[in-house]
Design a binder for this molecule. Structure first.
Ligand code: ATP
Length: 429
């Protein structure tokens, strides 16, 4: 469809970037409908996007100043549902369309201004050789690979290589991207690239970066399977401290702590519970162990989080600081599981997972075992009776109903009642 449209419009169109890289690496990930497609048009990308959207029954979001557009369209327009496993009925797919262009950088760490040019120049502005390949889609030359920087060679040699020596000066976020691709594919950042990242750190270019751009890259890293390896590699390059002083892992036991925290997170993921983790919050809690509230707030502001998010994260962290000694006292006094539930039921899961690591260090395996049990067994425990059952027993005051239901739940948690047992519930009633 894209190639034919390009022919009709008399322009050349290429698929570029991650799609080409993953296709050449033959990774499962490239398969639709799981990934974004990036197209580059040698011509007006925005006009092309509108025609493409018409063909696909989709809509366009355009960014005039960057000469780019996004085409969003229902998956059913393109894909045979029998060929793919859909999580839900209709999924929206996305194609990014850019205009082939040459970019001039006004000054380090600032977004570039734009001028028209060809695919070759477009690829020249990209981050790494493995991301700077394009495949032509026009019908007469469909499938032709444009690889001016030997991205294929670097894929074979498992190397992350930049295109020119000023790459990290043009855009220091590439240091984070280099680490992400290195760890994701088990590649190695080239020696020159490594030297230039260290140079960018020494020149404090990361410190000058807009927090929003750091946050965007960080959030992608935190979704990666190799998140822990990425964090340790960032530490290795001193990037964490450059982003904000409170992220620094200055002691060997900080590294142990973060390592253990991500093991616990892996364990949690394997439970497939409905309560999802906010990866950014978890990362920030773990990394800021021992940091004052003021410094923590400074970190959130450095990353340009919205004021709502700042409030939320500060609240959760203060909740964590408040509840932690209570959980320790609960453990020391050997109180029942129901008391732990009362302490933790309104505490965010990210904070509870943090406590699992923190308190194991101080109180040993048994506390970890009990907290784990709380997470997978107790926290989402339900009872089989409802308020109506209590009302049928003749309880008149509405407020009492909630209280009784709570008591039944706590009794169930402590194993006093094993589940729905009409006789016991009615007897208590
Ligand atoms: P992923 O598999 O993580 O989505 P991707 O390569 O598709 O990887 P994107 O961030 O979507 O990553 O970027 C798409 C393409 O845009 C990249 O392959 C690269 O060519 C280019 N690109 C993205 N960010 C930069 C950057 N900071 N500097 C230069 N080129 C970039």
């Amino acid at each position: 469809i894209v190639g034919q449209l390009a022919d009709e419009m008399g322009v050349s169109v290429y698929v570029v970037g991650g799609f080409v890289r993953d296709l050449i690496m033959d990774r499962e990930k490239w398969r639709w409908p799981n990934m974004d497609i990036d197209l580059v048009v040698e011509g007006d990308g925005i006009v092309f996007a509108y025609y493409l959207a018409e063909l696909l029954g989709g809509r366009v979001r355009e960014h005039k100043e960057f000469m780019t557009a996004i085409v969003l369209f229902p998956s059913s327009r393109l894909l045979d549902k029998n060929d793919f496993q859909f999580d839900h009925e209709e999924q929206e797919l996305r194609i990014d369309v850019a205009t082939a262009r040459l970019e001039y950088y006004q000054s380090p760490a600032v977004l570039p201004t734009v001028e028209l040019s060809s695919i070759r120049m477009d690829l020249t502005r990209r981050d790494f050789t493995i991301n700077a390949m394009a495949i032509k889609l026009n019908t007469s030359s469909f499938g032709e690979l444009e690889d001016y920087f030997d991205g294929q060679g670097d894929i074979k040699q498992k190397t992350i290589r930049i295109l020119h020596a000023l790459s990290f000066v043009d855009d220091p976020t590439r240091a984070l991207r280099a680490i992400r691709f290195e760890q994701r594919y088990d590649f190695k950042i080239s020696m020159q690239c490594e030297r230039l990242i260290r140079n960018a750190v020494a020149l404090q270019l990361i410190q000058k970066l807009d927090g929003k751009r750091i946050l965007a890259e960080l959030e992608i890293i935190l979704q990666e399977e190799s998140v822990l390896e990425c964090i340790l590699r960032m530490q290795d390059f001193n990037l964490l401290e450059e982003i904000h002083s409170s992220l620094s892992l200055s002691h060997a036991n900080d590294v142990d702590f973060v390592t253990e925290a991500y093991r616990v997170l892996d364990w949690y993921d394997m439970l497939y519970l409905a309560e999802k983790i906010d990866n950014l919050l978890f990362f920030l809690l773990v990394m800021s162990k021992g940091v004052s509230t003021g410094e923590f707030k400074g970190l959130l502001e450095r990353l340009c989080l919205s004021s709502v998010q700042v409030e939320k994260y500060l609240f959760i962290r203060s909740q964590l600081i408040g509840v932690q000694p209570k959980v320790e006292a609960w453990f020391e006094k050997k109180r029942p599981m129901s008391s732990l539930h009362l302490l933790l039921k309104n505490v965010a899961m990210e904070a509870i997972l943090y406590m699992v690591v923190r308190l194991e260090k101080e109180h040993g395996e048994e506390l970890k075992r009990q907290l784990s049990y709380y997470i997978y067994q107790v926290r989402h425990e339900k009872i089989d009776i409802t308020g109506n059952d209590i009302l049928r027993l003749g309880v008149e005051q509405g407020a009492k109903v909630g209280e009784i239901l709570q008591k039944v739940l706590l009794a169930k948690i402590d194993g006093i009642i094993a589940g729905y047992d009409e006789e016991i519930v009615y007897a208590e009633g």
